[in-house]
Design a protein around this ligand. Structure first.
Ligand SMILES: [Fe+2]
Length: 272
């Protein structure tokens, strides 16, 4: 319980906390599964996710990212993959938790600017501050390849934020790229003079953060690690979110149902 209180404090103070999955079996299974899938698509043996950039050109990359994202969504792979964090999620949300139906699969190859969406706040793209995101690397990352976060930036007045032009990475609304998490109207934040936290991620670690926090990556500066990760949104069943207004990536599935919710739901089904 002390561990959870410490994580909760980090989250409340900085807007993010780093968790280490209790059990790394599921995230390990996920990485191997994606590795095998790409290995068969590329028809190469001994393929490693972190070395993905060595085997693809832009066209192959786009096709593979779309194929793997659909495989991910269809099989709800994120449900099991973040199971190592379920106890902490229940601690902060209670037992009734929703999980994003179509999470974002991110692939940032070394030195490829177009694989990244720059620094941003998800609240500027319509996410509710009652949601949290979990960013889960599927490979170990060093300080050059990991995402970066501006601590306490959820406290900034969004009207006073400086933006930079990002014409290079604009995609059509509703396009495959948009569905893969590239905005149609990018709002890239100027992070000059901002403190950036970045940390190497050991495999099996993840970061939980508020969508109001400035985060992102402009370019994966590593020369030899592809950042392979997914991020999924989580919220409480009773959070004040209008689910009817959500589209494609904004929809949710039930992830966990506590005993009171279960009793009430089954009672109400019989007594409509
Ligand atoms: Fe984001």
């Amino acid at each position: 319980m002390k561990k959870f209180r410490d994580l909760e404090k980090q989250l409340s103070v900085n807007g993010y906390c780093i968790i280490s999955f209790d059990n790394k079996r599921e995230i390990n299974k996920l990485s191997r599964m994606i590795e095998n899938k790409i290995s068969s698509l590329l028809k190469i043996k001994n393929f490693k996710l972190s070395k993905y950039h060595k085997y693809v050109d832009d066209e192959k990359h786009q096709n593979i990212q779309w194929e793997i994202a659909n495989f991910f969504w269809k099989n709800k792979l994120h449900h099991k993959a973040i199971f190592g964090a379920i106890d902490f999620l229940k601690y902060i949300f209670g037992g009734d938790i929703l999980i994003q139906k179509k999470p974002f699969l991110r692939i940032a190859r070394p030195q490829e600017k177009k694989d990244n969406i720059g620094f941003h706040k998800d609240t500027l793209y319509g996410q509710s501050p009652y949601e949290l995101s979990i960013h889960v690397p599927m490979v170990s990352l060093d300080k050059k390849s990991c995402l970066k976060f501006v601590p306490r930036s959820f406290l900034l007045d969004e009207k006073k934020i400086n933006f930079i032009k990002n014409k290079a990475n604009i995609h059509k609304r509703g396009s495959k790229k948009h569905k893969l998490g590239f905005p149609y109207n990018p709002k890239s934040i100027d992070i000059k003079n901002k403190k950036l936290d970045n940390f190497p991620f050991k495999f099996g670690e993840a970061i939980i953060f508020t969508p109001a926090l400035i985060h992102g990556q402009e370019i994966n500066k590593s020369n030899n690690i592809t950042r392979f990760s997914f991020d999924t949104r989580i919220t409480g069943l009773h959070s004040p979110i209008n689910h009817d207004e959500k589209s494609f990536n904004g929809n949710y599935d039930i992830y966990s149902e506590g005993p009171v919710e279960s009793l009430a739901r089954r009672y109400l089904q019989k007594n409509k």
